[in-house]
Design a protein around this ligand. Sequence first.
Ligand SMILES: Nc1ncnc2c1ncn2[C@@H]1O[C@H](COP(=O)(O)OP(=O)(O)OP(=O)(O)O)[C@@H](O)[C@H]1O
Ligand SMILES: Nc1nc2c(c(=O)[nH]1)N=C(CO)CN2
Length: 181
Amino acid sequence: MIRIPDRDRLDAPSRLRRAVLALGSNLGDRGELLRDAVAALRATPAIEVRAVSPVVESVAVKPGGADPSAPRYLNAVVLVDTLLDPEQLLAEAHRIEAEHGRVRAERWGDRTLDIDIVDFAGVSSNDPALTLPHPRAAERPFVLAPWLFVDPDAALPGAGRVDALLAALGDDTVTVEGVAL
Ligand SMILES: Nc1ncnc2c1ncn2[C@@H]1O[C@H](COP(=O)(O)OP(=O)(O)OP(=O)(O)O)[C@@H](O)[C@H]1O
Ligand SMILES: Nc1nc2c(c(=O)[nH]1)N=C(CO)CN2
């Protein structure tokens, strides 16, 4: 069930709302896949790409913890303004994933392209099909670090400032790559 804060109720269908997207890839030409994903977002009607973070690299996190034997990830964060509602934005994310060879097999399995909605204008949802904010974002340096690059004052609704969340993780496993998107 999606709950839209009061400030979003009046004219929600007709105005832009800010969403934070987390992109990831650990199979194939990872940089090219992320670049294509940003281009696909730019080409989607009703989505305006406002900022694209630097690309970061990190060890794959699997259900059992960090797995150095798995292909490493490239990750980035993209800020968009959109006229879409959250479910429509997720559908566009899934379309772009599918167009880039995404196959869903095991949980946190290796993938060509992943696009998660980290935050959608502060909307709160417990629906497993679209949980907002993303329930695991606060513990993911590969989301928080690139997000901080494009929004130093970012906050994850219900969790706090992104800089504080990142510092609390005490994590130095994310490195910045010289890949431009
Ligand atoms: N905020 C969200 N962003 C993207 N997908 C979500 C979100 N909340 C729930 N989902 C649902 O999660 C399902 C599984 O998504 P996906 O396969 O991308 O998970 P994952 O990337 O492997 O794991 P994680 O959700 O921990 O990042 C999707 O089909 C989608 O419906
Ligand atoms: N380093 C890294 N590990 C992950 C990632 C990711 O984007 N980067 N995404 C996952 C599921 O979304 C699981 N593990």
